[in-house]
Design a protein around this ligand. Structure first.
Ligand SMILES: Cc1ncc(COP(=O)(O)O)c(C=O)c1O
Length: 443
C-alpha cells in the first residue's frame, strides 16, 4: 500500500495552526489547556472528525489512532450516539434530580463486570480514582495509599506521587523513592511507591506499611508507564496480600476498561475490590465512575447510619453523558470487542515483524485494542525498562512527526488504539506509514 503524504501544513510558518497558536499563547499558559495535547513547536488544531479520521485547521486529514486518549471507542461523529444525544439536548441537559439513565448505565456495568456490584458516577477519570481512594479510606479508617512507580492515575495528589521519575532521582529498583510531581506537592511521604511487575518487592513494601495502608492502586495496563500488561501472577499476588491485610485493591481501568466487556480484569485477573472507570462509558462526553463491592460503596449511601462519605458533583450522572454512554456501550457486542482486539493484534504482530525484517530498533507492545510504539527493542516489564533517554526521546519525537506527515496520528508518546470505525484497511495504512517512517527517522 502506498503512503499518502499530508504535508503537515500545521508546522509551516503562516499556517492557520500558527495563527491560532499565537493567539492561544496570549490567553492560555503556553497556548495550552491540556498537557497531553501539547506538542512542540505547536499542536495541530482539530476542526472536524468523521469516523476514524480527523481534519485539522489547515485542511490536512489523518487517521486518528488517539481517539481522544481511548475514550472514543466508536470514533468521531457516530450517528447513533449523536441522535440519542440530540434528542436529550432539547429535553434538558442536567437537572437537580436523578434521571432514569444513570440507573440504566449502572445496570449495564453491573451486568458486564463480575467484580462490580454497585456504581457511583463522577465527571472524569481523575475524580473516579480520587473517590475510589477516599471511599477506601473511609472503609478502612486508614489514610496511606500505595501506587506503582511511573503510573498515571489523573490529577489527585496522592496518586501523582512518583508519576514521572528519572534515573537521577528514582532510587533503588526494589524500593522506588516516593517523589513529588510538582513543587509543594503535599503528602508525598504518605504514599508507598511500588515496583510494577515485581511481586516480591511489592509484597515486602506492602507488608511493611500494612497497618496504615487503605488502598493499593494499580492500572493493569499502565499507558504512561509503557503499556506493558501486568503479569497475571503479579495481580493475583496483589490480590492475596491486600486481602490478608484488609487493604482495598483498586484497579484503575480508566483507559483499559475498553479492552473487553468485563474490562482488563477479565483478561488478566486480580479481582479488585473497586474499579475506577471513565472514557468509553461516557460515549464521548466527560465521565467517570467507581464500581465495586457494595459494602465499601455503601459509605456513599446518604441514608447510611454512622460514618459515611458524602459525595456531591453538579454533573454526576447528567443525562447527556448517561445517554451517550449507554448508547455507546450497548453498541459494543462481544464480537465487536473481539474484532477490535484482532486489529490490535495485527498492529503488534505485523508491525514487529516489519521492524524485525528491516532490523529497526523499534517495537510495539500493548494488549487487545491498545498498542504503543517504543524506540527500542529491549524487554519491557515496568516503567524503568520503558524510560527513554535523550536519543530515544528524540527518535520518538521524530517518529510522531513522520507519521503525522504520512496521515497517521498516534499520541506524541506513541500510543494508539482501535475504534469500531476502523477496519483492516486502516491497519494497512498504519503499517505502510510505519514502514516508510522508520526509514526516515533512523536514516
Ligand atoms: C489510567 C488513567 N487514570 C486516570 C486518568 C484520568 O482521567 P481523566 O483525564 O478523565 O481525568 C487517565 C487519563 O488518561 C488514565 O489514563
Amino acid at each position: 500500500m502506498s503512503v499518502k503524504p499530508t504535508r503537515n501544513r500545521y508546522l509551516q510558518d503562516g499556517s492557520r495552526a500558527a495563527e491560532l497558536h499565537n493567539t492561544a499563547r496570549e490567553v492560555l499558559p503556553g497556548g495550552n489547556t491540556r498537557q497531553s495535547v501539547w506538542t512542540s513547536p505547536r499542536p495541530t488544531y482539530a476542526v472536524a472528525g468523521n469516523g476514524c479520521r480527523v481534519t485539522d485547521a489547515d485542511g490536512d486529514t489523518r487517521v486518528d489512532f488517539v481517539n481522544n486518549y481511548t475514550s472514543l471507542i466508536h470514533g468521531h461523529g457516530n450517528q447513533q450516539i449523536a441522535a440519542a444525544v440530540r434528542e436529550q439536548l432539547s429535553e434538558g441537559t442536567a437537572f437537580g434530580l436523578p434521571t432514569p439513565w444513570e440507573i440504566e448505565l449502572a445496570s449495564l456495568l453491573v451486568d458486564r463486570v463480575e467484580t462490580i456490584q454497585q456504581v457511583r458516577f463522577t465527571n472524569s477519570g481523575s475524580e473516579a480514582v480520587m473517590m475510589a481512594v477516599k471511599v477506601a479510606r473511609a472503609f478502612t479508617g486508614r489514610s496511606r495509599i500505595a501506587k506503582f512507580e511511573g503510573c498515571y492515575h489523573g490529577a489527585y495528589d496522592p496518586v501523582e506521587v512518583s508519576q514521572a521519575p528519572d534515573p537521577s532521582n528514582w532510587g533503588p529498583p526494589e524500593e522506588p523513592t516516593p517523589l513529588p510531581f510538582y513543587p509543594g506537592h503535599p503528602g508525598v511521604s504518605d504514599v508507598t511507591v511500588l515496583p510494577f511487575n515485581d511481586l516480591e518487592n511489592s509484597v515486602r513494601l506492602i507488608e511493611r506499611d500494612a497497618d496504615t495502608l487503605a488502598a493499593v492502586v494499580v492500572d493493569p495496563l499502565p499507558q504512561r508507564a509503557g503499556l506493558m500488561p501486568a503479569e497475571p501472577e503479579f495481580l493475583q499476588g496483589l490480590r492475596d496480600i491486600t486481602k490478608k491485610h484488609g487493604i482495598v485493591l483498586i484497579f484503575d481501568e480508566v483507559m483499559s476498561f475498553r479492552l473487553a466487556p468485563g474490562g482488563v480484569q477479565s483478561l488478566l485477573g486480580g479481582s479488585p475490590d473497586l474499579t475506577a472507570i471513565a472514557k468509553i462509558i461516557g460515549g464521548g462526553f466527560p465521565v467517570g465512575a467507581v464500581g465495586g463491592r457494595a459494602d465499601i460503596l455503601d459509605f456513599f449511601n446518604p441514608s447510611k447510619k454512622g460514618p459515611k462519605l458524602p459525595h456531591a458533583g453538579t454533573f454526576n450522572g447528567n443525562p447527556v453523558t448517561m445517554i451517550a454512554g449507554l448508547t455507546a456501550m450497548q453498541m459494543m457486542s462481544d464480537e465487536e470487542y473481539q474484532r477490535l482486539a484482532r486489529l490490535g493484534d495485527r498492529v503488534r504482530d505485523e508491525g514487529n515483524a516489519l521492524f524485525e525484517r528491516s532490523g529497526a530498533n523499534w517495537q510495539i507492545n500493548g494488549l487487545s485494542n491498545m498498542f504503543r510504539l517504543h524506540p527500542n527493542s529491549r524487554e519491557l516489564r515496568n516503567y524503568r525498562d520503558a524510560w527513554r533517554d535523550e536519543d530515544e526521546t528524540r527518535r520518538a519525537g521524530a517518529m510522531y512527526h513522520a507519521l503525522m506527515a504520512r496521515g497517521v496520528m498516534l499520541t506524541p508518546d506513541g500510543m494508539g488504539n482501535i475504534s469500531t470505525a476502523m477496519d483492516d484497511s486502516v491497519v494497512d495504512e498504519l503499517l505502510a506509514a510505519l514502514g516508510d517512517a522508520v526509514n526516515e527517522v533512523d536514516s
